[in-house]
Design a protein around this ligand. Structure first.
Ligand code: HGY
Ligand code: MN
Ligand code: MN
Ligand code: MN
Length: 422
């Protein structure tokens, strides 16, 4: 903020892209760990991010700024007719563990920079803009994911309030500790009336290698892959590592899990556009000299369309049953997310295309392998996304995540063009 004031005092206009880049750096100061960036739902680091975002929205000149009942930071910049339907936009400010600075955050900072530029120019767009920094999308602290966007669509499940984190803290307790009401009626009141909005757009880093490889700064998203997520546990029998003979009498949960991991890889590789990941694998209270009696695992199964997504799920679950049966094990399995594939709305996809063309850039279409808040808003509003390339071959969910201030400026220019589109 100091450098912003100094620059304005001396009349030097900070390039919008630099402002975005600098704010992402500032936001990354708040983390739960020293080496890397971890900001999970409602921790002190998360709340510090919310305070920064609200302060920057006020500095940028939003007409109304608030932190809502689930921790979303919401800024409204009125259009020429304050009663006309607004454009809704935003992305998330929570991160995965040891994540990057731009996943989610860029989709909040760019529209904030647009408002800052409009305010500085004394301009009012035809339609108002409502920017939401979603408080939770990554599902890191609690099993519930996309819970912040779910509050806006009316899909927040009251049972989520009783979910516990690894320390046994319920979501309700975390909300109370963060000074939020932690009452379902306050959360239900966040549901947006679709009639009050033109649609939802989300700007996001691609999180993949395509745009960087093609040396293209921007890409228009055609669809967001659908996904099925599970947490599960294979249950065999712990026994002495030294005296239990190899073979059927060993009911080793870890070797069964290893078979499952390779089955997920084989089955996902055989389906077009599908991906399958076991991101978490853990022998609870494991010991070096004990045959693992239990092994916990996660499943993240995705595909460009629901039919392929469901076929992958069915094949993986069938493989799990066969592995467990053959090895004399049991298993538990809990679905934690079933997200439909979300095709972009043609009108908003076309507006992004026109915005990219207005910058003299080629229009390139690509699907999103990553999930986004837009797939939740898709349930209530027409939506479309714009991707910006990431450096380091687009690596993401990793501290190496990067973009340039130049590309951030292109994002601001494209967003401003979209906002003024008829
Ligand atoms: O997992 C995802 O695709 C997103 O980063 N939540
Ligand atoms: Mn992410
Ligand atoms: Mn994201
Ligand atoms: Mn997202």
């Amino acid at each position: 903020i100091a450098e912003l004031r100094l620059a304005e005092l001396v009349g030097e206009r900070i390039d919008d892209g630099e402002w975005v880049w600098d704010r992402a750096e500032d936001l990354a100061r708040h983390s739960e760990v020293d080496d890397g960036l971890t900001v999970t739902y409602l921790t002190p680091a998360h709340q510090a991010c919310a305070q920064d975002l609200a302060a920057w929205m006020r500095e940028a000149g939003f007409d109304r700024v608030e932190i809502d009942a689930v921790g979303n930071v919401v800024g409204i910049y009125d259009g020429q007719d304050a009663q006309a339907p607004r454009l809704l936009t935003g992305s998330h400010y929570d991160t995965v563990r040891h994540g990057g600075k731009y996943d989610g955050r860029l989709g909040v900072l760019v529209p904030m920079a647009v408002v800052r530029a409009l305010r500085a120019a004394g301009e009012r767009p035809k339609h108002g803009l409502e920017v939401v920094a979603f408080a939770e999308e990554e599902g890191q602290r609690y099993p519930a994911t996309f819970l912040a966007a779910s509050a806006l669509t009316g899909g927040f499940d009251p049972a989520w309030l009783d979910q516990t984190d690894t320390q046994g803290v319920t979501m309700r307790e975390a909300m109370q500790a963060a000074g939020l009401p932690a009452r379902m009626e306050a959360i239900a009141a966040l549901k947006r009336d679709p009639a009050r909005y033109r649609g939802f757009v989300e700007l996001h880093i691609e999180q993949g290698p395509v745009l960087d490889a093609l040396n293209l700064p921007l890409g228009v998203v055609t669809s967001i892959n659908g996904s099925h997520r599970y947490t599960g546990e294979l249950i065999g029998q712990a026994s002495h590592a030294g005296t239990t003979p190899m073979g059927a009498t060993r009911r080793d949960a870890a070797t069964a899990a290893a078979e499952l991991v390779l089955a997920v890889e084989r089955l996902a590789s055989a389906l077009p556009g599908a991906v399958g990941t076991v991101g978490q694998l853990q022998v609870p209270n494991g010991s070096i000299n004990v045959v693992p009696g239990r092994c916990r695992f996660s499943l993240d199964l995705r595909a460009p369309d629901d039919a392929t997504r469901d076929r992958l799920r069915d094949e993986v679950l069938h493989a799990l049953q066969a592995i467990a049966a053959r090895r004399g094990l049991r298993f538990t399995l809990e679905p934690t997310l079933a997200a439909h594939a979300a095709p972009s709305h043609p009108a908003w996809q076309a507006r992004w295309e026109a915005a990219v063309q207005s910058l003299g850039l080629p229009v390139f279409h690509l699907p999103s392998g990553a999930g986004h808040d837009a797939m939740k808003l898709h349930e209530r509003l027409p939506q479309a996304m714009l991707f910006v390339r990431g450096g380091n071959a687009g690596i993401s969910h990793n501290p190496l995540e990067s973009i340039t201030a130049h590309d951030a400026q292109l994002c601001v220019d494209a967003f401003r063009a979209l906002l003024n589109a008829p």
